[in-house]
Write a protein that binds this ligand. Structure first.
Ligand SMILES: [Zn+2]
Length: 221
């Protein structure tokens, strides 16, 4: 590196700084201080954007499914509530006239859940023999701070329902990550080595997963 570079990343406004190899602490400190106002402005921009993406679940809104963008189309339906994804670029959500944003969102999330539940058994059948483990139980639930969890003692894994918005290889990465925890519970060097053996590109999938969030909350993994 020849220059000092500062970058601010969504969603939390974390700051990354790259500096030439032999830069002293004092120079680093003054570089940060001199750009503090700029850093704060970027962070404020992310916070404002996060507020604006609050779901209203109205026609034309952007909906994510398996890493792709769709336009939401709300259709009034006197009886059943359901979701159809059969038109290119659209997700059709059928609901009662009086269904508000929250109800519409829960209809969408139930659809996400049922579709993910159809995908997971195939992924487990693919990966369990490769990794040499077997998950006794698995489930899908909404989680605030984790893409997945694993309880090695019970051999149970949980996947975050929000993963429905992510591309299939990101979902696969989280599943592999949790299965590898059945071999190694902590994120130590052995865990990293196992991940690299089974899924050489896992760090790429992880960074894709943690790029600008598709959900309204902040995510860590
Ligand atoms: Zn983990």
């Amino acid at each position: 590196m020849k220059n000092v570079r500062l970058s601010v990343y969504p969603p939390e406004g974390s700051v990354k700084m790259t500096v030439p190899l032999f830069t002293g602490d004092g120079a680093i400190h003054s570089a940060i201080v001199s750009r503090l106002a700029w850093i704060r402005r970027q962070q404020e921009r992310f916070r404002t954007q996060a507020r604006q993406t609050k779901r209203e679940m109205v026609n034309g809104e952007t909906i994510y499914w398996l890493g792709r963008r769709y336009r939401l189309n709300v259709v009034e339906s006197p009886r059943a509530s359901y979701v159809l994804q059969e038109r290119i670029g659209y997700i059709d959500l059928y609901c009662r006239k009086d269904a508000g944003a929250e109800r519409r969102e829960s209809i969408l999330y139930e659809w996400y859940r049922s579709r993910l539940k159809m995908m997971v058994p195939g992924l487990l059948a693919t990966w369990e023999p490769v990794i040499g483990v077997h998950a006794e139980d698995w489930g899908i639930k909404r989680m605030k701070t984790r893409w997945g969890t694993c309880s090695p003692a019970a051999k149970r894994i949980w996947l975050n329902l929000e993963l429905a918005k992510k591309s299939p290889h990101c979902i696969e990465y989280v599943l592999v990550h949790e299965l590898v925890h059945l071999l190694e519970p902590s994120h130590n060097a052995r865990f990293t080595a196992l991940m690299t053996r089974f899924m050489p590109l896992w760090t790429h999938y992880r960074s894709e997963l943690n790029q600008a969030p598709l959900a309204d909350e902040d995510w860590k993994y």
